[in-house]
Design a protein around this ligand. Sequence first.
Ligand SMILES: [Zn+2]
Length: 622
Amino acid sequence: MRKIGLLAFAVLLAACGATKTVLTADKAPVLAKLDLKNVVDDKVAVTVDAGAFTTDEVLFYIPKTVPGTYSTDNYGRYIEGFKALDYEGKELTFSKLDDNTWKVSNGKNLDKVTYWVNDTYDTEGEVKDKVFSPSGTNINAGKTFMLNLHGFVGYFGGLKEVPYELSIVRPEALKPTTSLTPKVLEAPVANVDVFSASRYFDVIDNPILYAKPNTETFEINGITVTLSVYSPSGIYSALSLKDRMEKMMGAQKTFLGDVDGTKIYNILLYLSTMEADDASGFGALEHHTSTVVVLPEAMPKERLEQAMVDVVSHEFFHIVTPLNVHSEEVQYFDFNDPKMSQHLWMYEGTTEYFANLFQIQQGLIDEGEFYQRMMDKINNAKSYDDAMSFTEMSKNILVDPYKKNYANVYEKGALINMVLDIQLRQLSNGEKGVLWLMKELSKKYGNDTPFEDDKLIDEIVAMTYPEIRTFFDTYVIGDTPIDYSSYLGMVGLSTDLIEQETGYFLDGDNPFIDVEQGNENVVFIRKGIQLNSFFKGLGAEGGDIIKEINGTAVTLESIRPIIGKSFGWSPDTEISMVVDRDGKEVLLEGKVGAPTVNVETIVPVENVSDEVLELRQAWLKG
Ligand SMILES: [Zn+2]
């Protein structure tokens, strides 16, 4: 309706000789309509309606990729029943150029496009290259909708920069949580939410969670934070998770100081049933003023809260980078032909490092826990290519072999920042570190001013010390693995093997035993892992198939109660175990003992100078 009005007005203006003013597609807002009330076959109807087109050919895109995911996801795969309509509602012919692009040849007659959207959560188990749930979409009629809007709303070629207006028809019981600005309407319509966005980027930067209200809002030094929770069985409420989030984000704000000016922040937490038709990619995706977090609902409260602390703090720190410090590649992000920046060591690495560092600086974890986390990263980084240039990997992250090393941005990426932090502290007598560097960079750049991708490292060197040039050339641009112990030595730390308590069958979540694929009657001791003192003491070896324990034949079913009982064993408890080793039965007997494993850990070196101790304090306590 509105379009017709616009067109009549356009004709009128044209008659006065004032063509191409506010009315053509490049000036009129794009109107996108989503109908969440009348879901058909688990699909949502969408209409995208721009102003009058002035070109013969019009392209319509659904993003191939979005910022922060560093993967090619082809959201167009989830679009069905695409139609291009003229002003009389007649279908125009179009062609589909690829998964994400539609071409309408008779563009001047094009009024709008309509299509159906399928969600990604339903099919995560089936499709190849599945979308990571925090950037995916969910349609669960009458219950919840996860609107990562890049999966629902597309853009017309050349019209990414015009304002958008979103009109969403919803079931009465479901309410939105989003950082999008609600439009003030003269005549609001019941159960229709209308939001404005200044450009297409803002549409996709502001996901919306629709759910039955389960939200809490709190203030942290000038930021209004809203936590909205979808918990399918209702066991988790926003209220039950609020305290820990409030404490954690308060600590983050103190750590950051005045580095950012964000006024609102929304945490959209989606808890998955983990059934075949629900989300299976856990974690979160950052946006300027919100984050989507997906975790399993089955997590016990303490673990869910810890996961929220680790994940949400990471996402919130993205406010610094890439959101406030980023290159042109990020600023002018091309959703359908993305160019990647070289600086994942910073976008993800610095962010992940800060998400750990702030916890020690603000007293949420102790030194031992911080060292263990860094040690875990050193160990986890070993499963990736340690001799791959980080800048080269970043630039080419969408393709192999770089793509399969992506997750190393959270391991080695964080460690690059740890050693850079130590070196900066050392060169500046403890005064300057990576946080200082990021504050300086965010003062210089910020939300709307990108840096040139090739110039960033030169600039960091100019702001700091000549030694930092060598550091980047060797470890970030270059492919030399980092000798962590030499950096840890600067702050009086070294690595050492220490004996740590563990379980008889499980080391935390990590079992010493496994079940043969497709045959739950074969339980074996895992190969290639460090066994605990219990298995070693009995003379067990990796690969042994456990046939019997204390006379009970062992299967997956029968070993569960044995594992349960083992929590009550004392070191003097006697055990007899029959294993099959290369086809021969071997009887293993003895006392179970107190199970331990040797873990490599970071430990303080004794008798170091005061200078070194002060440097360590400056690094850990800021
Ligand atoms: Zn991240």
